[in-house]
Design a protein around this ligand. Structure first.
Ligand SMILES: *[C@@H]1O[C@H](CO)[C@@H](O)[C@H](O)[C@H]1NC(C)=O
Ligand SMILES: *[C@@H]1O[C@H](CO)[C@@H](O)[C@H](O)[C@H]1NC(C)=O
Ligand SMILES: *[C@@H]1O[C@H](CO)[C@@H](O)[C@H](O)[C@H]1NC(C)=O
Ligand SMILES: *[C@@H]1O[C@H](CO)[C@@H](O)[C@H](O)[C@H]1NC(C)=O
Ligand SMILES: *[C@@H]1O[C@H](CO)[C@@H](O)[C@H](O)[C@H]1NC(C)=O
Ligand SMILES: *[C@@H]1O[C@H](CO)[C@@H](O)[C@H](O)[C@H]1NC(C)=O
Ligand SMILES: *[C@@H]1O[C@H](CO)[C@@H](O)[C@H](O)[C@H]1NC(C)=O
Ligand SMILES: *[C@@H]1O[C@H](CO)[C@@H](O)[C@H](O)[C@H]1NC(C)=O
Ligand SMILES: *[C@@H]1O[C@H](CO)[C@@H](O)[C@H](O)[C@H]1NC(C)=O
Ligand SMILES: *[C@@H]1O[C@H](CO)[C@@H](O)[C@H](O)[C@H]1NC(C)=O
Ligand SMILES: *[C@@H]1O[C@H](CO)[C@@H](O)[C@H](O)[C@H]1NC(C)=O
Ligand SMILES: *[C@@H]1O[C@H](CO)[C@@H](O)[C@H](O)[C@H]1NC(C)=O
Length: 805
């Protein structure tokens, strides 16, 4: 009994205790709740008072947590305000900052806010991200900003802020990003700034900071980006800067820095972009600089640098742009420059360089802009084919090469010794083409030479009267109407191409396609290339020439192991052609139509061909900028090398010929491979390529064009066709389980590609991934699978979101 009582008693006590606790908690949380409601109301009222939400409150809600740009925490307190690009006008101070103690992020980027930054901003003690960039804020940066101790990002870019950086900014120990660029801030850069050792990005550019760069800058070891361009800094670049070993971008251009380039600059092992241009930097370009193996952009222009360009420049394998213009550099251009094979822009103008232009420059494959003007370079012009060229005001001599004669005359003026078919230049006589010693030689032996010449001429006329090659040679040399030969190693000349094909003799023709005929040409160095001669006759239109060149350059940057390399192009008055890598086994079309060759192409090789084409198209569509739509995928445009590996050819040719139209075109693709929607949209999309790919994939499995199968697919209730029945009968049916699974995968994907709705076709990227993961759609034997069954596979249908057209 006592035990029962005590148990009951205990139960009652426990109950009372629990009830009391609940009550207390309830009262407390109710109090908390009412505090929250009050605080939350204040926040909502403050938003309303700003006037910025007038048109941004949804009609059906009074809860400001649902207003545009507002986010709240679990307690209903505002923790984020984001109104970027919202065209807000009026003073920033209209938002009462005292009302948002829980705010973590305030983003008002790109509005028209005016007035000064109110000191109340200091009450946002939890703020982590503050974007006020691209507004019209004036006045000084308030010292209260130093109270935002949790701030990680402060962006005040592009306002009209003036005054100095307040010392209190040194309290913002958590900052990783600080930009005050493009204001009118002045005075010295405060040393205290360099206590912010978490900074990764520091941008002070386009202001009026003066004085020197503090030595303490070396403390910011995490910096990856430092830009102080366009200020009024003086003094030397402190050697402590060498401690910033994480830097990727360093821009100190357009200041008044003097002294020399510190040797410690060699410590920047990750640096990709170094810009010290437009200062008063003296001394030599130190060899240490060439330790920056990651460097892509180097500009030292408009300084007072002297001495030579270091030979070690050949170590800049990644350099894309080199600008050393407007200095006092002397000596010759080192031949090692030929090692900088990625160079696009090379600007060495306005120096005192002498010597000859190194032949090795011709090795720079992608050179686009070359400015060597206003130096004292001598000798003849080597084989180079940049798009923009300035060689004016040097001491160059000899003939302006025919392939450069399309450039404007001003590219060559100021060189007394130059001649050629360029306006304002004398045409080349023997004497101008050759140095004086040879003239002497020719003069002394002139009578003898003449006699010899007559004998040879007579011999030729008599015996080689019909020799076409010779005639063409002299014609090509005579007419200076070659616009441009641009090529892979600076060695292919137009004349070589004419010679190699005997002016495009039919016996060198290895195929004809939609856009022209293909010739095989063996160059003097033994290299074999394929020439695609395009039918076109607009090469005199300079706008066309330019867009053709641009386009060809884009295509030339395409590099994939399953895409035929475009070595170069040539534009000539009446014709233009593209120079491709030569593929020994010719087109897939021809191989499939030859019984012996088709048998050599066993199931493994066929599956591998389909996969290669998928990877190549995925690359063209998704990894190239701009993305390239092939427009003409067919078995004719898939070439095979000696190992029967597949390479996609002729990508972008259509666009090349059709440069200024958007994607609308009359010329697209090969009959039998064209996506059905093209007939009514006339617009070529990536999904057209997907369709054509589907046709080719089936063709590879069937050994012939799947014409009839395609038409039976479009009628919904076709006969029941089994997969085994469509496979190429010339090969024995596959037995290896892996191959069988691969064939099922290829045909399932091919059928998905042939769906009539472009949207429901998979992207090439997804197909490529599918082949890489190699998942099998169905675990069934070859004989049991019907076409209809494969078409109904869920594969890809579940991933509509992938299918961005
Ligand atoms: C009341 O609110 C504060 C702050 O929001 C919180 O830390 C506390 O736990 C709350 N108290 C109760 C009983 O919910
Ligand atoms: C409020 O309006 C928006 C758009 O006007 C709508 O999407 C949303 O469903 C509405 N909410 C309620 C609860 O009616
Ligand atoms: C800035 O905002 C305007 C609208 O107010 C918009 O038109 C413009 O594109 C925005 N600028 C940027 C860089 O987003
Ligand atoms: C801003 O809010 C605080 C706290 O609610 C209040 O004391 C102050 O008067 C407000 N300031 C303005 C200008 O409305
Ligand atoms: C910025 O403010 C100035 C005056 O301080 C005014 O003249 C100018 O028009 C404003 N600019 C914009 C874009 O609002
Ligand atoms: C600087 O800011 C102005 C507007 O204040 C803008 O027009 C200009 O483009 C900015 N300049 C740079 C270099 O960002
Ligand atoms: C820096 O500029 C301020 C004005 O913005 C000027 O008073 C000061 O003398 C300048 N200092 C130097 C070292 O030029
Ligand atoms: C280097 O700085 C100059 C001057 O500020 C600028 O004109 C140039 O575009 C910059 N070059 C690179 C490669 O950033
Ligand atoms: C930076 O370079 C200097 C001189 O080249 C060298 O003495 C120093 O050790 C380097 N510092 C770091 C951190 O690599
Ligand atoms: C140029 O490149 C070759 C290898 O391609 C290399 O052996 C040579 O050292 C490089 N020259 C310079 C100056 O770095
Ligand atoms: C090369 O210079 C041109 C013209 O100055 C410029 O438009 C282009 O962006 C530069 N290219 C590179 C890769 O720096
Ligand atoms: C240019 O170089 C030639 C030698 O090639 C020399 O005679 C001439 O003085 C040089 N001119 C200048 C302005 O340095």
């Amino acid at each position: 009994m006592a035990c029962a009582f005590s148990n009951t008693c205990r139960a009652v006590i426990v109950f009372i205790w629990a009830a009391l606790t609940l009550l207390i908690v309830h009262v407390a949380s109710a109090t908390n709740f009412s505090i929250h409601v009050a605080a939350s109301e204040i926040e909502g009222q403050a938003l309303l008072n700003s006037g910025w939400w007038k048109d941004r409150i949804p009609h059906n809600t009074s809860d400001h947590c649902n207003w545009v740009g507002i986010t709240c925490d679990y307690d209903g307190r505002i923790d984020g305000i984001g109104l970027r690009n919202s065209n807000i006008k009026g003073e920033l101070g209209r938002l009462n900052f005292s009302c948002f103690p829980n705010l973590q992020s305030l983003d008002l980027w790109n509005n028209s806010l005016s007035g000064s930054i109110p000191s109340q901003i200091g009450s946002l003690s939890k703020l982590r991200y503050l974007y006020l960039d691209e507004n019209n804020l004036t006045g000084t940066i308030p010292k209260e900003i130093g109270r935002l101790r949790n701030l990680k990002l402060l962006d005040l870019d592009s306002n009209n802020l003036n005054g100095v950086l307040p010392q209190e900014i040194g309290n913002l120990k958590s900052l990783t990003f600080l930009s005050v660029s493009n204001n009118t801030l002045g005075g010295p850069i405060p040393s205290i700034l360099f206590r912010l050792t978490n900074l990764e990005i520091l941008s002070l550019d386009f202001n009026r900071f003066n004085g020197t760069i503090p030595r303490e800058i070396g403390n910011l070891k995490k910096l990856t980006y430092l830009s102080i361009t366009t200020n009024k800094l003086t003094g030397a670049i402190p050697s402590t800067i060498g401690r910033l070993t994480s830097l990727q971008i360093l821009d100190l251009s357009s200041n008044q820095l003097h002294s020399s380039i510190p040797l410690e600059i060699g410590n920047f092992s990750a640096l990709g972009n170094l810009n010290l241009s437009d200062n008063k930097i003296r001394g030599i370009i130190p060899d240490e600089l060439t330790k920056l193996s990651q460097l892509q952009y180097l500009s030292l222009s408009s300084n007072l640098l002297s001495g030579q360009i270091p030979f070690a420049i050949g170590k800049f394998f990644n350099l894309v742009s080199l600008d050393l213009s407007k200095n006092k550099l002397s000596g010759s251009i080192p031949t090692e420059i030929g090692n900088c094979s990625e160079l696009r822009n090379l600007t060495l103008n306005h120096n005192s360089l002498d010597g000859t232009i190194p032949l090795e420059m011709g090795k720079i494959l992608w050179l686009q802009n070359l400015d060597l003007s206003h130096n004292n370079l001598s000798g003849t012009i080597p084989t180079l084919c940049p798009m923009y060229l300035d060689m004016s005001f040097n001491s160059l001599e000899g003939e302006i090469p025919t392939y450069l004669q399309g450039h404007p005359p001003k590219s060559f003026v100021g060189n007394k010794g130059l001649c050629g078919h360029v306006k304002g230049f004398p045409s080349c006589s023997q004497s101008q083409k050759h140095p004086p010693s040879i003239i002497l030689f020719v003069k002394i032996f002139l009578p003898l030479s003449l006699v010899l010449a007559f004998i040879i001429l007579g011999f030729i006329l008599l015996l080689k009267r019909q020799n076409k090659t010779l005639k063409l040679n002299s014609r090509a040399a005579k007419n200076g109407d070659v616009f441009s030969v641009w090529n892979y190693d600076g060695k292919i000349l137009y004349e070589d191409l004419i010679n190699a094909t005997e002016d495009f003799h039919i016996k060198y023709c290895i195929g004809t396609g939609g856009y022209g005929s293909v010739y095989k040409a063996e160059l003097p160095d033994g290299k074999v290339v394929a020439l695609k001669k395009l039918h076109h006759s607009e090469t005199e239109d300079s706008a066309f020439v330019k867009s053709f060149q641009n386009e060809a350059h884009v295509l030339s940057t395409v590099r994939h192991r399953n895409i035929v390399k475009l070595h170069g192009f040539c534009l000539h008055k009446k014709c233009m052609f593209l120079i491709y890598e030569y593929m020994e086994r010719g087109s897939l079309f021809c191989v499939l139509r030859d019984d012996d060759e088709a048998i050599e192409l066993n199931w493994t090789k066929r599956v591998s061909i389909v996969k290669s084409v998928a990877h190549a198209l995925s690359y063209l569509h998704h990894d190239c900028t701009p993305s390239i739509v092939h427009r003409d995928i067919s078995s004719n445009n898939i070439l095979l090398d000696s190992n029967l590996e597949a390479f996609v050819a002729d990508f972008g040719t259509a666009r090349l010929l059709d440069v200024d139209s958007s994607n609308r075109t009359l010329q697209a693709g090969t009959y039998g491979y064209i996506a059905p929607e093209f007939a009514y949209t006339m617009v070529v999309t990536q999904k057209c390529d997907t369709y054509s790919f589907g046709v080719v994939a089936l063709e590879v499995l069937m050994g012939t064009h799947p014409g009839e199968l395609l038409s039976s697919l479009s009628s919904s209730s076709g006969p029941k066709i089994m997969l085994i029945d469509i496979l190429d009968q010339r090969l024995s049916p596959p037995v290896n389980q892996k191959i069988i699974q691969d064939i099922i995968l290829v045909s399932t994907i091919a059928l998905a590609c042939l769906r009539s709705q472009p949207k429901s076709r998979p992207t090439m990227q997804r197909i490529s991934q599918e082949f890489l993961t190699g998942k099998t759609p169905m675990q069934k034997g070859l004989k049991e699978i019907s076409i209809a069954e494969m078409r109904n596979q869920e594969m890809f249908l579940l991933h509509e979101s992938d299918n961005i057209p």
